[in-house]
Design a protein around this ligand. Structure first.
Ligand SMILES: [Zn+2]
Length: 173
């Protein structure tokens, strides 16, 4: 016992206290949703994003005559921002509303679906592997049947996914 404690005190990672801001090591590759994959597969990314909107957003968009204009008075600032495509608008609205809700990702959500939803919540900014693990596990920790995903499991699922158009990208950090 005593020798083990002496050994481990030297090269122990203080990850539990400093994991967010001061990770000295690489955080692994980053991931993002690849819109060109959807174009090539002739799959509508806009529809895929829309399907992840929350129930009330979907109900609102189905009633075309009652668009929730009063709630989100989003002025299309034409001069500054480049025009966002349909899926980007869906993603932004999702990120601002639907992804904030508790049932957006639960412990029942399959892992690859949780990755997709997490990337959408991040507005598809390239997300480091480490952050993906953390964000998904934060969601998975809530509820009646919390669970915890091992990084190796996520790695395997990412390597196998073929239908979500998620790609590994150069980290911008
Ligand atoms: Zn919503």
């Amino acid at each position: 016992m005593s020798t083990r404690a002496a050994l481990s005190s030297r090269n122990r990672h203080p990850a539990s206290s400093l994991s967010e801001s001061a990770l000295p090591t690489a955080q692994g590759p980053s991931y993002a949703i690849d819109p060109t994959w959807y174009e090539q597969q002739k799959v509508s990314l806009e529809a895929a994003v829309h399907a992840r909107r929350c129930i009330s957003c979907q109900a609102a968009s189905n009633k075309k005559d009652t668009t929730p204009a009063s709630r989100s008075s989003r002025a299309p600032a034409k001069g500054k921002t480049p025009a966002l495509s349909g899926w980007q608008l869906e993603m932004r609205a999702l990120s601002e509303d639907c992804a904030q809700k508790q049932d957006y990702v639960t412990a029942d959500t399959p892992l690859i679906e949780a990755v997709f939803r997490t990337l959408l919540a991040n507005e598809n900014r390239p997300t480091a592997f480490q952050h993906l693990v953390e964000q998904i596990n934060q969601r998975y920790a809530v509820g009646e049947m919390p669970k915890d995903v091992a990084p190796s499991t996520l790695e395997r699922v990412l390597a196998r996914q073929r239908t979500y158009g998620i790609k590994q990208v150069e980290s911008s950090e």
